[in-house]
Design a protein around this ligand. Sequence first.
Ligand code: SF4
Length: 435
Amino acid sequence: MRIPLEARIESAVCPGCACLCDDIDVTVVDGRVYQAANICLWGASKVLGHKRFHPKKERRRLAQPLIRHRGRWQTVSVDAAIDRTAEILIKARQPVVYGLTNAGCGAQAAALQVARQAQARLEPADLAWKAPYYQSLKKYGVFWATLEVIRDEADTLVFWGANPLHSCPRHVVRYSIFARGRFTERGYDERRLAAVDIHRTELADLVELFLQVEPGQELSLLQEVLTATAAAGGAVSKKARRLAAMLQEAHYGVIFFGRGVSYGPTPELLDGLAGLTARLNEHTPFVLFPLSTDFNAVGLYHLLLRELGSPLAPDFGAGEVSFHAEPLRWTDVDALLVVGADPFWFLSAAEIQDLHERRVPVVALSPVANRTTGHAEVVLPVALAGVETPELAYRMDGLPLSLPALLPASLPSDQQLLQQLAAALGCSHRGMACV
Ligand code: SF4
């Protein structure tokens, strides 16, 4: 479909985070977003092309495919970059397709096909805290609700290792802290709020109970809360008793957890949080809810569950597919294809040095220059999903939403490039020349 160069688009979907706010109004002039309304700074950075929370600093868009040759970048054709990527993946013994939480459903499905063809492991960027969550769901079978039901019904909210003001800013006005719902007409005044974190965050000024714990002490606090909610006695601190009392007084409660749980003993924490939710659920509706950040993190797990029957990281390397709940060890990787993520942002200096010393080739598909593209051997620029190319994405509560393109694209989508790569890998494995 041809995208007009001038348009006023109402109620578009923002691909800035997993809230997928569907009420943004955008004015397009000369094929660029001139104005955007009902959007937070995060979303604005995506549609207007500036850095997050820095409206005056533009993000550098990538324009042409690049291959690093003897330490110097060379501009190449898309076909040459795809061929080099296929060569890298075929030669590798333990290739990894990484990220995908910031990619649309079409690109995710194509990446799964690439992982199959390359006999690679596919690693979601947030596996560290999502795999234990899905395992705890299976164990405890806890209750689930959509964001609208939470907005309408929930009178008690706990944020555990999560700060929505940073990860999904409009969540607090549309669905949680300040949101006014059918049975929560007075919004903020009608909710009881608590937060648990290892840092003092902005939530400390908004919630009734802010529990700052030392790193490594989250699990003991959780165990004390579990003890306090159980009939059996046991030593419990005052803060754990206050949190337990708040939870037990709820009429409808939600425990939101975020990436912060991955800084502690994640499987044990998720097991404890799911156990606590299940116990509270015996008396009142309670939901354990992952506060996904990337705009289509949930879509990736839907795809894995639908295609493979497991939300864990699939590995096609051993002939038959195997599944991993533990995040990959970077020291095992010998080729890396990154889509919809920027892992070099959080890798430690030692891990990056190890990848360099072992000359692990990195291929990055990205619309913008980032730390991963800076370390890559092959860079493939792509159109912005949900802004320059239409996509499908799943909101953080699992609602699928269609994201039409707002702007014309001058670059191929990540889905197109991944499909081309999958075809190239298929031909190589069969020893055929691709036409
Ligand atoms: S909260 Fe997320 S989806 Fe909503 S406007 Fe902000 S970035 Fe976009």
